[in-house]
Design a protein around this ligand. Structure first.
Ligand SMILES: [Zn+2]
Ligand SMILES: [Zn+2]
Ligand SMILES: [Zn+2]
Length: 109
């Protein structure tokens, strides 16, 4: 079950230099730290008012908020390769040479 075909990738595809082939980039909004302390309750999870103590409505009591840009993952899809990890290079005239070799130019007559 060796995946030999993996090493036979077309040369027109190469690893995306922006994400090194991972397909994701560090979120530039939270800088890879999607969980930050809730600005309203300062990480307490509760809000103290004159009439009592309430669960913080921003973080829903957990004390931190997640980055909305990356939805708490800390990374986003690479904008260059769109998460594929590799990019296609327009390689001009790469067709033709290989095809003529594979089809064979033998004359059996
Ligand atoms: Zn983020
Ligand atoms: Zn909060
Ligand atoms: Zn990429």
């Amino acid at each position: 079950m060796a995946m030999l075909s993996m090493s036979m990738a077309p040369q027109t595809e190469r690893v995306c230099p922006s994400c090194n082939g991972s397909g994701t980039m560090k979120c530039n909004v939270c800088n890879g730290s999607p969980r930050s302390r809730c600005p309203k309750c300062q990480g307490d999870g509760k809000v103290y008012t004159e009439s009592g103590t309430y669960e913080c409505g921003i973080c829903e009591g957990c004390g931190y908020v997640e980055c909305r840009n990356c939805e708490g993952k800390g990374s986003v899809n690479c904008s260059r390769c769109l998460g594929r990890g590799e990019i296609q290079e327009s390689n001009g005239n790469s067709n033709g040479t290989l095809n003529s070799l594979q089809n064979g130019n033998f004359n059996w007559n």
